[in-house]
Design a binder for this molecule. Structure first.
Ligand code: AMP
Length: 420
């Protein structure tokens, strides 16, 4: 079905063509008509599904059709969990608003940078505000903006908003909004806290569910490679050369690891930069811009920093360190193979993380073969389980967490290992 059948105005259809969006994505097909009708929406959709345009296009249309006297009063408020997502969503609004007959002002506000320039930019009002919750409240307190005219509220990545501890800020923001408004709620997952929030917020919502999560999307090739911990950087270099990977997003567990791997790659004359929460906002923006413009070949990121990253045509994601959970695995590999592009997601698995890997694979319902690459066959073997003083089994593959009570065989094996 083409975009023209969704009831969008000619100027918005022009913007969609300018972005080279040929056909609406499933979430757009369902959400756009419902939002245009003024309905609340409960969307179960991941970043990468085209959900930003799914709410941006109909909201822009409502603003386009609003009376001129409402101009520059904040009528659409979009709350997002991270600065990066804030910028991405704001830019998408700006691009899609580019051909409207009356220019709309989109303000992007997030914490971690000086508030004054943001206050200056908000002078004279704004039509659309895309914000992280904490900074939005600061700006309201400084009288830099009013939320009294908001007609539509969007919670984007609601699960992440709660994960990052924004629930108090959200509650306070809700008290500042008019009761009569349209609410659009998007989340990738629906744990109880997210469901409860959706229930208090939404009135008779239209449910929009986009089922294909990255793990079932046919355009992401998932691979797992067995390798010794100490040889992962070499293997990464080998895979990059062998597969002619042009740009790679590498995930690691800590800021320190991000710095270290970037360092090693740079020593091998590969353009690489770390990307983690301790870098200044300026540096993060620069790294992203360089990566997007292909001036950087590899970005080594931690999970928090990479949340909501949207880099078009990212061919490869590498789990240098495995993610902590199956949910993080989904988020990580969702950085590639976006909006119909092909992607590859490779996980490095060493002897001591194999147990954890099996758990992720099981939770994801995947059947991945643990490959070996010639010249990188692992020499390390899985560390053996030991017994705790209370007789329970300490499983080293899950970080030394006590597990099931050992069988007789387990006890004998552990005793034999201790006596070696
Ligand atoms: P999102 O889920 O909003 O983060 O969007 C993911 C990516 O898909 C972004 O790079 C969008 O520019 C792109 N996109 C959104 N809608 C479409 C569409 N209908 N066709 C092709 N790409 C799209």
């Amino acid at each position: 079905m083409p975009f023209s059948s969704l009831g969008l105005s000619p100027s918005l259809q022009r913007a969609v063509s300018a972005k080279a969006y040929v056909a609406p994505t499933p979430v757009q097909l369902e959400a756009i008509p419902a939002i245009l009708q003024g309905r609340d929406v409960l969307g179960s959709a991941q970043t990468g599904s085209g959900k930003t345009a799914a709410f941006a296009l109909p909201l822009l249309q409502q603003l386009e059709q609003a009376p001129p006297e409402s101009l520059r009063r904040v009528r659409a408020l979009i709350l997002v969990p991270t600065r990066e997502l804030c910028t991405q969503v704001g830019e998408e609004f700006r691009n899609l608003a580019a051909h409207l007959p009356r220019a709309l002002k989109v303000s992007i506000v997030f914490g971690g940078v000086s508030i004054n320039p943001q206050m200056m930019r908000l002078r004279g009002g704004s039509d659309i505000v895309v914000a992280t919750p904490g900074r939005l409240l600061d700006l309201v307190q400084h009288n830099a903006l009013s939320l009294a005219d908001v007609k539509a509220l969007v919670l984007d990545e609601a699960d992440r908003l709660l994960d990052l501890g924004f629930s108090e800020e959200l509650k306070r923001i809700l008290t500042l909004l008019p009761v009569q408004r349209q609410n659009l709620f998007f989340s990738a997952t629906f744990p109880p806290a997210v469901q409860a929030l959706a229930q208090t917020l939404l009135r008779d919502p239209v449910r929009v569910e986009v089922v294909p999560a990255p793990q079932s999307a046919p355009d992401i090739l998932q691979r797992a490679i067995a390798v010794d911990t100490g040889r992962r950087t070499q293997l990464l270099r080998h895979l990059m050369a062998q597969n002619h990977w042009s740009r790679v997003l590498v995930f690691v567990a800590t800021k320190h690891a991000a710095e270290m791997v970037a360092d090693k790659l740079r020593k091998a004359r590969i353009n690489a930069e770390p990307f983690h929460g301790e870098l200044s906002q300026g540096k993060r923006t620069q790294v992203l811009a360089d990566f997007k413009a292909s001036r950087l070949k590899v970005v080594i990121a931690t999970d928090v920093a990479a949340r909501g990253l949207d880099i078009a045509q990212l061919p490869v994601v590498v789990n240098f360190d495995l993610p902590r959970s199956a949910v993080d695995y989904t988020h990580r590999i969702g950085r590639t193979g976006r909006a119909g592009e092909r992607g590859v997601a490779v996980s490095f698995v060493s002897a001591d993380t194999e147990g954890h890997f099996r758990l992720i694979v099981k939770r994801q319902g995947l059947s991945l073969v643990l490959e070996q690459i010639e010249g990188f066959e692992p020499l390390q073997t899985a560390p053996v389980a030991t017994l705790a003083t209370d007789g329970s089994l300490i499983d080293p593959s899950n970080g030394g967490v006590k597990g099931k009570r050992p069988s007789k065989k387990d006890k004998l094996r552990a005793a034999a290992d201790r006596s070696q």
